[in-house]
Design a protein around this ligand. Structure first.
Ligand code: ADP
Ligand code: ZN
Length: 722
């Protein structure tokens, strides 16, 4: 090969051609360093026929590649996945490639890095800023830059502390091997049903063929124990497993459970890793030495050396859909990866997505069922509380019957969980005197009061302001009222009702790292918590045997602003949080507060009729030709200038091609008409399933131009309709 096409790690660039110097050998997949203007950039050699370039350059004008990294080339299967993802989600291939090469520093050689950590020495000059930095750093370790971020100070402050001897350098060996999990360390005694499912999974791993499998088991049925047997099989064959989790907060409990079963920790991959950890993990993943990798979405594109199994846990979770950058759905891409690599992929869920059920229905996915909880634990009984008949007292949010149940639970020294999917104290602050409402200046959204922070916060862009005392509109003091509850407000109410109870809030404000999640789990298990008030963060994964009461504060919340999946999502969320109750020997009770006891979601939950609910939902999707029977793609046009956004959206609407089986809705202002200071217009493309809608959109948008400040994003199979 004397000429090579290279996909560079720069999403703004198409592939470029280079000359391969005589002493260098490359092949498709080789990771190379290439010159670009005065700079050098990493990239991957690609088959030219698969990566057309519109800037063909003659041989004599090619620049030489600078070098090849001593890293195994990206495999064919991964390159096909990158192409597929870019093509399906209409994303630049380089943006997808970047997720595979995730750690630029990992490409460099060097077996040690220098990190810093606090010593016990207190510097002579301990300014408040230095004191704060040392306190926040605690026993954490990292690069100067990482410590500065943790401490919320400049790098200069950290360097000053190094000089003063309060922080010291430590050398880290990044190529230290990871210990291998032992498949026979502590296998559980499986029930007959569990064993049957585990054996089927083990056989699928041994078969080394593409096999998509839905592991459909009620909450607490032992899905994790069962898929661990598939992991054990992959380990026996010396192959790697990737386990995808929907939330990094779930990583820590998972790590500990894995360690109990396999004797050592798996390799974690998530955004909270330090650079050195990331680099060590990435390298071990490419060599195949990292046998089991557990991670969030971003672990999906890594260049596994010898992948044998993919597990997507809580596969119904919508957080697998990435909502910025490359807009992909990790569950769907996981299935594609399994297909390109020829291996089994297990989607584990107690409340599978309708899309997934439909694949089972038409025979594309195999289904393994675990219909009962492990060890004789019974499913919790679910009752609705009719808020119209049994309303909370004025200014309160918990109905008397829920409060009574909490009291009983406390008396039995058991734990309760209240679920409300809303962070902060109150979603809206308004002036009683003039009616002024606090809105984000950058977004079509109310400012949410966060009493813990004593600030109002926009949940979309992060804009925040101190808690106001007077109305900015009419100047009236003490006229501002908080409207509606968030988790903080419910926690206040609980504290007033049960002053002696130990209450914690679990939201992304309080549990922002795996370590915080671990702390929470530890305190729950040790019985140091009586009542948890939390958002969707507490709905999944956790197993607390002494948790026997779950209260859903507002079951109607999820049904508002109804997009196509609102009912399904609401059902899943409540079924999942209900599934936290009574997982041990003691039976669980679930009370669901609602104003709409007759709604199908509530009826299905109370009547335990998941199958009926799914059937009805599926039928209405079929009739509406909605996913999975038809498909959607959203086109979101945004600009800081309203007229530009509107004009461009209209031009796109006018340019819509006439295609059989496709129609275009809009343009119209998006429900979030303004986001981060940008005006947003939406078009929704609705097409029959078999249509190559990406190809249509590519041709359609490719023929148009728009002003520089306008962004046009395509969201294929959208989950958010905001
Ligand atoms: P799911 O993921 O289906 O909600 P889990 O795998 O978390 O269920 O299992 C629920 C609880 O039951 C966990 O504490 C798990 O360790 C335990 N468990 C499940 N199956 C077994 C088994 N065969 N032997 C011992 N414990 C089990
Ligand atoms: Zn905002």
């Amino acid at each position: 090969m004397t000429r090579a096409r290279v996909l560079l790690l720069n999403a703004a660039l198409g592939p470029l051609d280079y000359r391969v110097p005589r002493e260098m050998t490359v092949e498709p997949g080789s990771i190379v360093l290439a010159p670009l203007g005065p700079r050098q950039l990493a990239g991957v050699v690609w088959e030219p026929e698969r990566m057309p370039s519109d800037a063909e350059v003659g041989d004599n004008r090619l620049r030489n590649l600078v070098g090849v990294y001593e890293i195994p080339p990206l495999k064919d299967s991964l390159r096909r996945l990158i192409e597929w993802t870019a093509n399906y989600y209409l994303a630049p291939p380089a943006a997808v490639l970047r997720m595979a090469l995730a750690s630029a520093s990992a490409l460099e050689g060097g077996r040690t890095v220098v990190e810093y950590r606090a010593t016990t020495h207190i510097p002579d000059r301990l300014t408040p800023q230095r004191a704060q930095a040392l306190e926040r750093i605690g026993d954490r370790q990292g690069l100067v830059r990482e410590l500065a971020t943790i401490a919320g100070v400049s790098e200069g402050v950290i360097r000053g502390l190094v000089k003063a001897g309060a922080i010291e350098a430590v050398e880290i060996h990044i190529d230290d091997p990871f210990a291998a999990p032992d498949p026979d360390h502590a296998p559980p005694k499986l029930s007959t049903e569990q064993r049957a499912a585990a054996e089927a999974l083990g056989a699928a791993v041994a078969a080394r063929k593409f096999a998509p499998i839905l592991l459909d088991g009620v909450t607490g049925s032992g899905k994790t124990e069962v898929y661990f047997e598939a992991v054990a099989q992959a380990l026996r064959e010396g192959r790697q497993t990737l386990v995808l989790l929907p939330e990094i907060a779930l990583t820590e409990p998972f790590l500990r459970r894995f360690e109990a079963r396999f004797g050592v920790l798996p390799v974690a991959w998530h955004s909270d890793l330090r650079q050195s950890q990331r680099r060590r993990a990435w390298r071990a993943i490419t060599t195949g030495e990292a046998k089991v990798v557990v991670g969030a979405r971003s672990a999906l594109f890594l260049p596994y050396g010898d992948l044998g199994l993919i597990v997507v846990d809580e596969a119904h979770e919508t957080s697998f859909k990435q909502e910025d950058g490359v807009l992909y759905h990790a569950r769907d891409v996981a299935v594609m990866r399994a297909q390109f690599e020829g291996l089994p992929v297990v989607l584990a869920s107690a409340t599978p997505a309708i899309e997934t059920r439909q694949m089972v229905e038409i025979g594309k996915y195999r289904e393994l069922k675990l219909p009962a909880r492990h060890g004789g634990a019974t499913m919790p009984d679910i009752k609705a509380i009719d808020l119209l008949a049994d309303p909370p007292p004025r200014g309160r949010w918990l109905a008397p019957s829920l409060v009574a149940a909490m009291e009983e639970t406390l008396a039995k020294r058991e734990q309760s969980l209240l679920f409300l999917n809303r962070r902060g104290f109150a979603p809206l602050t308004l002036c009683r005197h003039c009616g002024h409402r606090f809105q984000c200046p950058n977004c079509t959204a109310w400012m949410v009061e966060h009493r813990l922070l004593n600030r109002l916060l926009c949940h979309h862009c992060g804009h925040n302001m101190p808690q106001p005392h007077a109305c900015p509109e009419c100047g009236e003091e003490d006229a501002l009222v908080a409207c509606g509850p968030g988790v903080e407000r419910i926690a206040d109410e609980v504290a007033e009702l049960f002053p002696e109870a130990r209450v914690v809030q679990v939201t992304s404000d309080t549990i922002w790292s795996p370590a915080r999640a671990a702390e929470f789990v530890g305190r729950m298990e040790a019985g140091e918590i009586d009542i948890v008030v939390g958002t969707q963060l507490v709905t999944k994964g956790y197993h607390f045997p002494n948790l026997t009461l779950v209260g859903v504060v507002d079951a109607d919340l999820g049904l508002q602003g109804g997009d196509l999946r609102a009912a399904e999502r609401s059902f899943q969320q409540i079924a999942q949080v209900a599934g936290r109750a009574g997982r041990g020997a003691k039976p669980g009770h679930v009370l669901v507060q609602t104003r709409e006891t007759a709604a199908p979601v509530i009826q299905a939950l109370v009547g335990g009729d998941a199958a009926g609910f799914y059937a009805a939902e599926t039928q209405s999707r079929r009739e509406a030709n909605a996913p999975p029977f038809g498909r959607f793609a959203a086109i979101i046009v945004s600009s800081e200038k309203l007229d530009e956004a509107v004009e461009t959206a209209r031009a796109i609407g006018r340019g819509a091609p006439q295609v059989e089986g496709m129609h275009v809705l809009g343009p119209a202002p998006a429900p979030l008409a303004m986001l981060r200071g940008r005006h947003r217009q939406r078009l929704l493309v609705h097409a029959r399933r078999a249509l190559d809608v990406q190809d249509v959109i590519r041709g359609w948008l490719g023929a148009l131009e728009w002003p520089r400040g306008v962004r046009v994003a395509v969201d294929v199979d959208p989950y958010s309709f905001l």
